[in-house]
Design a protein around this ligand. Structure first.
Ligand code: SF4
Length: 297
């Protein structure tokens, strides 16, 4: 089969993930005598996690901090780009761990803005809505800034259901924020519905600019190829959003997590194949997938 393969130049890790992984690798090189535990997966990509694990990075959940074996003094905790709620820092401190904080600066600013909005709304009966994936690490970190006093809606259906049961104030002060990796188009729709319900709504534009620009670029990339292979981990929230976006612009879009998952039946002779991925997909994995596609005959 003759196939042309192009890797999307804009795909690959976002700045926040590159920063966290670089700091983890630098730490491991500089401190071979210490153990480095990431609180939660440093990136939602199984292949990259395996690579980092072979370099010595371990993963632990916040709930399991007290189960880390051996001496506290030998262990450093890494807070990943998604950020954590204040309770995680408290627990780490109480347990005596040193912490390397790799929270993305964009997420740190968002945490700060939510705290400020909450302080502003106290006493006026105001409310905060967060557009984000329920249970996602970044969302848990954001919700933790205001002791959980925020309504999280994941999509239009959830918002309409919340409006239907009167969970949102129709006339009091109301402010909305978005998780950094959500879809800009969906956020616009959520804000439109909410503003129709409560005209005093204040919208905070908190989708990461790297994610927002990737939406526009990826739409063009998907539409300009015969077939698209989208590479991302199963757990990646941004991967799910961007895969759906590619599929909307090119119905011949398939997802894979590694070169082994590529299926020859996705391709036809002469296809121009576009390979792209999420903000959590490493470049080396996109290249490995492209190489595998070129070997199909
Ligand atoms: S998507 Fe943006 S905000 Fe989120 S970690 Fe990456 S750079 Fe930071």
């Amino acid at each position: 089969m003759r196939l042309q393969v192009e890797i999307d130049a804009h795909s690959g890790f976002c700045g926040g993930v590159i920063r966290a992984i670089t700091r983890a690798e630098d730490f491991l090189s500089a401190h071979p005598d210490r153990r480095l535990y990431s609180v939660g997966a440093i990136v939602h990509n199984e292949a990259e996690l395996e690579r980092l694990s072979s370099r010595g990075l371990r993963t632990v959940s916040c709930a399991d901090l007290s189960d880390i074996p051996g001496c506290r003094e030998d262990v450093t905790l890494l807070i990943r780009a998604h950020g954590e709620p204040p309770s995680t820092y408290r627990r780490a401190r109480e347990a005596g761990f040193e912490v390397v904080d790799c929270t993305c600066p964009v997420v740190l600013r968002l945490q700060e803005r939510i705290r400020q909005a909450y302080a502003r709304l106290q006493g006026s009966g105001g409310q905060i809505v967060l557009f984000g994936k329920v249970g996602h690490a970044e969302v848990l970190g954001l919700v933790g800034q205001v002791d959980g006093d925020v309504l999280v809606v994941e999509n239009v259906r959830m918002l309409e259901e919340a409006l239907g049961r009167g969970a949102v104030s129709a006339d009091g002060p109301l402010e909305i924020f978005s998780q950094t990796t959500k879809s800009p188009g969906e956020y616009e729709e959520i804000c439109r519905i909410l503003r129709a319900y409560n005209p005093s709504l204040t919208v905070h534009h908190t989708i990461c600019s790297q994610v927002a620009s990737r939406h526009a670029q990826l739409s063009d990339f998907a539409a300009s190829h015969d077939v698209v292979v989208f590479v991302s981990g199963q757990e990646s929230s941004n991967g799910k959003v961007l895969f759906d976006l590619c599929r909307a612009h090119n119905p011949r879009t398939s997802r894979c997590g590694s070169p082994d998952e590529i299926r020859p039946e996705w391709f036809r002779d002469g296809d121009r194949v576009g390979v792209c991925g999420a903000t959590s997909t490493p470049k080396w994995l996109l290249e490995a997938v492209a190489q595998k596609i070129l070997q199909i005959n």
